[in-house]
Design a protein around this ligand. Structure first.
Ligand SMILES: [Zn+2]
Length: 266
């Protein structure tokens, strides 16, 4: 089934898994972007025109002065996957979220009233996200699995406030909000990831603060940071004023990132 035309490699799920395993990607990958193409829609997909759709998207992206087709990967209604812009290259999917990102475009219009996603398409989208999480050691959550709709055109993450795009669609796996992703999409990816990687363990869910942990612009450190983190369920740090690995892990749970200076940041 594997077919190659120019830069595009069209594969089924098993072929893609094998292909991905053979790839070395040196840039650090932190998030998987999910988009719908909106156009082409399902009606433009004719079972055997994958490559002409890809060439068409590339032409339109080049016209918009992109250096290449914007997305790293495209998925199709028949459950196939095409590698597009090389994974080694930063995509042009979401301003403010491209560095460290892999951009996937799902062919179709998944706004309410648009295309009804096929089961094969649903399965490949979940499988692909899980496979990429396994490859790049990502724990699926709303920081690692992201939607275009959560960023403004200016490149600020607002989780859907003041944004122009509904992408990947108001009906994408039950909706395009963060809560929809957390309720409907991410759990499916976690289930799939557990099948792919038996050693994968979910991180315990802790309440997340929607605000920065800086107080009046001052970032708590030492004892103050440890006391702050101890307010969250499941965290009980020794308050010794010397934040180390445990404090850094706790910060990652609460805020989604490690302490500055933690070697795992790189
Ligand atoms: Zn998009």
């Amino acid at each position: 089934m594997k077919q190659i035309k120019n830069q595009f490699i069209l594969m089924d799920n098993a072929e893609f898994a094998k292909w991905l395993e053979s790839q070395t990607i040196k840039r650090s990958i932190k998030r998987i972007q999910n988009h719908h193409t909106w156009k082409p829609r399902y009606s433009g997909f004719k079972d055997d025109n994958h490559f002409s759709l890809l060439e068409g998207m590339k032409r339109s992206h080049l016209k918009r002065d992109f250096s290449d087709i914007a997305q790293n990967i495209t998925t199709f209604p028949d459950g196939t996957i095409a590698v597009c812009r090389p994974l080694t290259k930063i995509p042009a999917g979401i301003k403010g979220a491209n560095t460290g990102g892999i951009c996937i475009e799902h062919v179709g219009n998944f706004d309410i009233g648009g295309d009804e996603m096929t089961t094969m398409h649903k399965d490949i989208i979940v499988y692909l996200n899980a496979l990429l999480c396994a490859k790049f050691n990502l724990s699926p959550d709303a920081n690692s699995i992201v939607y275009h709709h959560w960023w403004t055109a200016a490149g600020k993450r607002t989780n859907g406030i003041n944004v122009a795009k509904s992408c990947p669609g108001t009906n994408f796996f039950g909706g395009n909000k963060v809560e929809d992703a957390e309720k409907n999409f991410i759990p499916k990816i976690i289930t799939q990831l557990k099948k792919i990687d038996a050693s994968f363990k979910e991180e315990p869910v802790v309440e997340k603060l929607p605000i920065s942990y800086s107080k009046n612009g001052v970032v708590p450190y030492g004892k103050e940071l440890q006391e702050y983190l101890n307010q969250f369920p499941g965290i009980s740090l020794k308050v010794d004023g010397w934040p180390g690995k445990n404090s850094s892990d706790a910060l990652k749970k609460v805020m989604g990132h490690y302490l500055v200076g933690d070697p795992r940041i790189n």
